[in-house]
Design a protein around this ligand. Structure first.
Ligand code: FAD
Length: 456
């Protein structure tokens, strides 16, 4: 018999439950990826992610070829394409990974209906893109955890399945055609410093991380200039690394670095279980604060300055320029730029979240929208009125100013932490800088925010 393995956000061969299950029951498989038209139509196909995806598909194809197989690529309506390929291959089963967005839920239901009408069984596998499945742990009286700490307690007690080895051989039936694979060289508008994608690259990073990064993670993860985080986020988004495997390997390494790192992976699972249970939270406030946010119409210039990294707050500008240059931003940068947009400029979090999704190579509906809501104070498990002061943050997380000097060359001549407050320079020194004055006083922003939230 023959199975189709539909790859989506799980573009790897190691620890791949749908592929393992298909190979267990059948002689031949069709590894299929469908470039889903609906994802493009929703404006979710940003160039940086398409480039990373192209790398992933090429690497997946190469890995399959080493094992005697190949990847089949189609584009169009995902459900139509899977049905067609299953018919062409005369397959009786389709295996795929579960996903959390509203679109993914609808797509899966539609696919199940269409396939079943043709006598093809659909198997949907969990714990491929999370360590613990959404809904795998739930609190009494609700379908999801809204607070991280109790979630993490239960999450930590779950027994994870063992990671699966990559298959040795993959046999693909003849007669199922593929479209040519995309290449990042065909794309324009990419960030210059964009990371390379693919499982091979992800596994190389994993080996290096376990050897040299993990142990220092707890102490160094918030150091903006130190850049001491794993940078696994695009690999987790596209599934070129497996969360189950990461948790196992980090726990085996042990120590405070591993503990802190595993906790971050649990945050990722946490947001996914929230979105799975409340898909509307991708666009609507999880917890309404009755904000009357400023918008493109009322804060157009401020929003432009924030996007361009010309707010006059060096740490905010450095982070926004890192985003544009690399298609990635350090977590501390994401926190303080999101706080600046929503709390200091009092702009709707959806505008910031959209801009991040346009650029981030790891842009992910669950992690992005829910982290934005967390910072905007409309999300789960949040302190709604917390405002990060960009100058205090800068001095704490970029104490000698190296991160700012790296990304804001106009300020490169300023030594030490003075780089965080260029407005304090006087006379000729200030006039010599081609760098804007702050677009807003922090006290003014705070007063506006407090008034808007009805709190003093
Ligand atoms: P590490 O520090 O090495 O952490 C390891 C992994 O844990 C990450 O790859 C990520 O998968 C997960 N993780 C770490 N921090 C978080 C967190 N706060 N929430 C959920 N998971 C986390 N992450 C995305 O993957 N995609 C996004 O679109 C995204 N948007 C964000 C927007 C805002 C406003 C904020 C504050 C955070 C956002 N994050 C997002 C979370 C976090 O910033 C990134 O996951 C992290 O910076 C990626 O770098 P890393 O892989 O080196 O992380």
């Amino acid at each position: 018999s023959i199975s189709v393995v539909l790859f989506t956000c799980d573009l790897r061969l190691h620890d791949h439950p749908p592929l393992a299950a298909a190979l267990d029951g059948t002689e031949q498989v069709v590894p299929l990826f469908v470039r889903d038209r609906a994802v493009d139509a929703a404006g979710f196909a940003a160039p940086n992610r398409l480039a990373f995806l192209a790398d992933c598909l090429r690497d997946l194809d190469a890995g399959l070829r080493e094992r005697g197989g190949r990847l089949v690529l189609r584009s169009g309506d995902l459900v139509d394409q899977v049905r067609k390929v299953a018919a062409e291959a005369d397959a009786d089963e389709v295996h795929m990974t579960s996903d959390v967005s509203a679109h993914a839920h609808r797509r899966e239901e539609r696919l199940r209906g269409v396939l079943e009408a043709e006598g093809v069984r659909l198997h949907v596998h969990d714990t491929v893109t999370t360590a613990v499945a959404p809904g795998g742990v739930v609190p009494a009286g609700s379908d999801h955890f809204a607070v991280f700490t109790p979630y993490f307690r239960r999450w930590s007690q779950e027994r994870l399945r063992d990671p699966l080895a990559a298959p040795r051989t993959v046999t693909v039936p003849d007669g199922v055609d593929s479209e040519p694979l995309p290449s990042r060289d065909d794309l324009s508008g990419l960030s210059e410093g964009l990371a390379a994608g693919g499982e091979t690259e992800g596994r190389k990073r994993l080996t290096a991380w376990l050897r040299t990064g993990l142990a220092g993670y707890e102490d160094r993860h918030d150091d903006l200039a130190g850049d001491a985080t794993s940078r696994f986020s695009p690999h987790l988004h596209f599934g070129t690394l497996s969360p189950v495997e990461l948790v196992h390997r980090a726990r085996r390494a042990g120590g405070p670095g591993a503990e802190a790192f595993v906790r971050q992976l649990a945050w990722r699972d946490f947001h996914r279980q929230v979105l799975a249970a409340r898909p509307a939270a991708a666009a609507a406030d999880y917890r309404t604060q009755h904000d009357r946010w400023r918008s493109e119409r009322t804060a157009g210039q401020d929003i432009e300055a924030w996007k361009e990294g010309r707010t006059g707050y060096p740490i905010v500008d450095a982070a926004m320029r890192q985003l544009r240059h690399e298609g990635w931003m350090h977590n501390r940068g994401r926190l303080l730029t999101a706080s600046f947009l929503t709390k200091t400029l009092y702009v709707d979090w959806r505008i910031g979240a959209r801009y991040f999704l346009d650029l981030l190579v790891d842009g992910d509906l669950a992690n992005n929208q829910l982290n934005w809501q967390w910072m905007a104070g409309t999300g789960t498990d949040t302190r709604p009125n917390r405002v990060l002061n960009p100058v205090t943050q800068a001095k704490r997380y970029d104490p000698d100013g190296s991160y700012v000097r790296r990304w804001v060359p106009e300020l490169a001549a300023l030594e030490g932490p003075a780089v965080h407050e260029p407005w304090k320079l006087r006379g000729l020194d200030r006039a010599a800088l081609d760098y804007p004055d702050p677009i807003v006083e922090l006290s003014e922003g705070l007063a506006r925010f407090k008034q808007a939230r009805g709190r003093d």
